[in-house]
Structures are given as structure tokens and as C-alpha cells.
Design a protein around this ligand. Structure first.
Ligand code: HEM
Length: 212
């Protein structure tokens, strides 16, 4: 049996019938991680896009899959849960550019906090930090509020606020949880239907970053 079918048979991933049910959204999120589609969205090489991209680069990646600018910003709200390894953002703390070792667009207190978790040259490769330090276990619009407070973890996150072409969407999402949640659900469903692989055309990765 293919691993895709195995996943779909797993009772914890059976699709709850109603969209209003929180499990339904959880299912959609897991579904998009559990198949190759999400990683295909991220890169043709099969490994995720670097978190150092700017808005133009992100937009080009998303639009190549038929996703709009609004959907890109809305889907990025998934960074309201989960964790990141230090290596995904430590350049912003220690080696940003030749003028600023620390990214000046990052809140100083936030940077100081991150440095305690990810000390220069001293962090364990397994160390992780929540993507949303304020409400790490809740899928909410705090991610966007963090961006407004210059507490986005990745350059790609923070650039959504620093770039005027997306800042207004960040603002809108930050101010309206219900509207964002509805857009997020719809965008997740759309993303879930991009280049669907079935049967043994694809696989469920054991390690998100690598082909099995
Ligand atoms: C906009 C482009 C995106 C980039 C550049 C990006 C990049 C990243 C990076 C670098 C990490 C942390 C990896 C690590 O260090 O362990 C991460 C984690 C995560 N991303 Fe994204 N991401 C993007 C979009 C998305 C989207 C669209 C979703 C879902 C709709 C998503 C959901 C997540 C989740 C849930 C985690 C946490 C995973 C965990 O806790 O293990 N990301 N992302």
C-alpha cells in the first residue's frame, strides 16, 4: 500500500464532514503537509524555499502555482503555529550584511530573546524556537500582529510587512480574525488541489526537507 493511502486511512486524518469543525481545518493543514504538493509549491528541487526571500521572489513562487498575492500572505499565517530551527533565521542575528550584523528591521528585544535561544556558534542543531512566540499553539492572526511589531522570525515573513505591496494585507488580516480564517481555509483548499499526485506518483516524506 502506498504511504499516501496509508495516511488517508489513518483514523486521525479522516476528513471531518463540516468545515466549521476545527478538526476539518487541522485536517486540511496536515493534508497539505502530508503530500508532495506543499513541497512542490515550495521548490522544484524538492526542498523548501529559503526563508530569506523577498516579496517579489515569494510572489513569483506562489504565482507560478496559480496562487495570488493575497493567498500568499494569507497562507503565510500558518506561521502562527509550529517551530523553526535556529539555522533558518540566525543570519538575521549574526551575519545580516556588511553594515549590520543584526537585521535592523527586527525588534531589538525580540532579537535579544532569540540570541538566548540560539547563541552564536553555540546552538544545538536540534534547538527550535516557536514561529509565533506570543501564541505558539494557536492558529490565529497573532502572526500578522507580530509582523507589525517587527517580530517576524524569517526575512520572508517580515518582508510581508516592510513591502507596501503586501503590508496592507498584513494589516487587514491582523485586524480581522474571522475574515482571515475564512480566506485561509479557502486558500488551503486551493493549495491542496495544486498538482495532486495520487497512488505511487508521490510519497509522504519522513523528513519534510528530503525525498525519502
Ligand atoms: C511563504 C513562503 C514560506 C517560506 C519561505 C517558509 C519557510 C519556512 C521555514 C524556513 C520553516 C522552519 C523550518 C525549520 O527551520 O525547521 C517553516 C516552518 C513552517 N511552515 Fe513555512 N514557509 C512558507 C510558507 C508556508 C505556508 C504557505 C505554510 C502553510 C500553509 C507554512 C507552514 C509552516 C509550518 C506549520 C511550519 C512549522 C513546522 C514545524 O513546526 O515543524 N509555511 N516555514
Amino acid at each position: 500500500m502506498s504511504s499516501n493511502r496509508l495516511l488517508l486511512r489513518h483514523p486521525s486524518l479522516r476528513r471531518p464532514r463540516q468545515r466549521s469543525h476545527p478538526q476539518w481545518w487541522r485536517h486540511q493543514l496536515l493534508r497539505s503537509f502530508g503530500t508532495p504538493r506543499w513541497y512542490d509549491l515550495q521548490s522544484k528541487r524538492g526542498s523548501p524555499e529559503p526563508p530569506t526571500l523577498n516579496v517579489q521572489q515569494l510572489q513569483s513562487s506562489f504565482s507560478s502555482k496559480g496562487l495570488s498575492l493575497d493567498e500568499m500572505v494569507t497562507l503565510s499565517g500558518a506561521h502562527s503555529i509550529g517551530v523553526s530551527h535556529c539555522s533558518s533565521f540566525s543570519n538575521r542575528l549574526y551575519s545580516f550584511n556588511s553594515t549590520y550584523p543584526q537585521d535592523p528591521s527586527m525588534d531589538r528585544g525580540f532579537a535579544a530573546f532569540l540570541k538566548t535561544k540560539c547563541p552564536y556558534g553555540g546552538s544545538n542543531a536540534e534547538t527550535t524556537v516557536p514561529l509565533d512566540v506570543v501564541s505558539p499553539n494557536r492558529l490565529d492572526v497573532r502572526y500578522y500582529k507580530n509582523l507589525r511589531n517587527h517580530k517576524g522570525l524569517f526575512t520572508s515573513d517580515q518582508s510581508l510587512w516592510s513591502d507596501p505591496s503586501t503590508a496592507y494585507i498584513v494589516k487587514e488580516n491582523a485586524n480581522n480574525h474571522a475574515e482571515w480564517a475564512a480566506k485561509f481555509g479557502a486558500a488551503m483548499v486551493r493549495m491542496g488541489s495544486i498538482q495532486v499526485l495520487t497512488g505511487n506518483q508521490g510519497e509522504i516524506r519522513m523528513n519534510c526537507r528530503m525525498v525519502n
